[in-house]
Design a protein around this ligand. Structure first.
Ligand code: HEC
Length: 122
């Protein structure tokens, strides 16, 4: 067996291990979506706000902040990173409360971040 064939097998090994990890990732994203809908969509989901406001508070604030440069809905963004999501969730900002580990533990936060960054280009 020459080196090129060996290298090919090595690459195939890397590729298959990547595929093997995929179901776990898909599961994490699905879990994150559920948690996001429970904890975050009350402000960041699509919908109308109180007193006739056209959007919920999260979308309203992010539309104003980015002026259309990125979508107002977090789950439509493609520029988010896990670190960015986790920072805001643990610290809060303006009317967004911070979330304690007793509410959203680290593993759950990883799942929410995986969901929100599933379409991020890196
Ligand atoms: C009570 C309403 C509310 C809830 C609940 C809420 N947020 Fe927010 N969030 C906001 C508002 C409002 C902003 C924008 C604040 C500003 O910049 O003025 C924001 C900002 C953010 C940002 C920063 C986005 C950016 O580009 O600046 C992230 C990330 C975020 N929220 C994630 C989440 C996640 C994840 C959850 C659920 C765990 C969540 N938020 C729950 C209201 C909320």
């Amino acid at each position: 067996m020459n080196m090129r064939v060996l290298a090919l097998f090595a690459l195939m090994g890397i590729a298959t291990s990547g595929f093997a990890a995929a179901p776990g990732k898909a599961q994490q994203i699905a879990e994150g979506e559920k948690l996001y809908k429970y904890w975050c969509a009350t402000c960041h989901g699509p919908g109308i706000g109180q007193n006739g406001a056209p959007y919920l508070p999260g979308e309203t604030a992010l539309r104003a902040k980015y002026k259309g440069a990125v979508p107002g809905l977090l789950h439509e963004r493609t520029d988010l990173t896990p670190e960015f999501v986790k920072l805001f969730v643990r610290q809060g900002i303006s009317v967004m409360p911070f979330f304690r580990k007793t509410e959203i533990d680290d593993q759950q936060l990883d799942a929410i971040a995986a969901y929100l960054t599933r379409n991020s280009k890196k």
